[in-house]
Write a protein that binds this ligand. Sequence first.
Ligand code: NAP
Length: 240
Amino acid sequence: MKKTALITGGNSGIGYATATLLKKKGYSVVISGRHRDRVKRAAAEIGVEYILADMAKLDDIKRLSLPFQDEGLDVLINNAAIAKFIPLSRLSPSDYSFFFNTNIRGPLELIREVLPALEKRQGRITNISSIAVNRGLLNGSLYAATKGALEATTRSLALELAPKKIRVNAVAPGAIDTPLAAKTGRSKEELARRRTMLEQIIPLQRYGRAEEVAQVVWAQLEATYVTGSVWLVDGGANIL
Ligand SMILES: NC(=O)c1ccc[n+]([C@@H]2O[C@H](COP(=O)([O-])OP(=O)(O)OC[C@H]3O[C@@H](n4cnc5c(N)ncnc54)[C@H](OP(=O)(O)O)[C@@H]3O)[C@@H](O)[C@H]2O)c1
């Protein structure tokens, strides 16, 4: 039987690259996204299935899990997330719910919903975190908080699900060249300045590519004695 993978936010960046790699490895891949045109186009390009589902909406998450309940699910990649840079003084109550619902409640609820399917195949879960958990990120306190929660959850769930032979890990990217930066609310000039600055201090002196993160996700999925771990893929930024 072909192995199956569900990748949230698979229509661009790291999710897209991971879907492409898992397809190449012989997986039957389903990507999800919140905009029909984007996720449909990406699925057609990669040659995979898609499901329209907003990770901030509980009904969507339940629906997203349904196709896997009979046959089971081998791999869940919790990749979808939002990143916006907002100074603390400008954070509104709705920012809190938007960030937490998308970046932490969504992934946890999805794990809960697909758990019976993962149990059928002794599945694996990869949560996409960020080096923002360990490094300061200017105006990124709320984003960093959600990723910190996701990492904490990764370790606790790894313990909880180990008896079911389900491994739970996280991959924490550094600065990766994806469409995410353009969605953060920073201007083009600001983004260019930040990139120049970071490329001077990152030990490997460049941004990473989404495909390089996908390689680490794949290596971690294949690492059969690894659970509750967070693997960095950041060009050495963490050792600064
Ligand atoms: N790029 C980096 O430097 C970097 C660094 C550290 C961690 N990360 C993490 O890596 C992961 C992938 O990000 P990326 O860099 O590949 O950015 P990206 O290209 O923007 O990918 C994020 C994906 O998540 C989707 N998404 C966002 N909110 C969603 C929602 N409510 N429901 C469903 N899908 C939703 C986006 O869809 P839309 O197209 O509709 O926005 C997009 O497909 C994220 O978890 C991010 O936090 C990225």
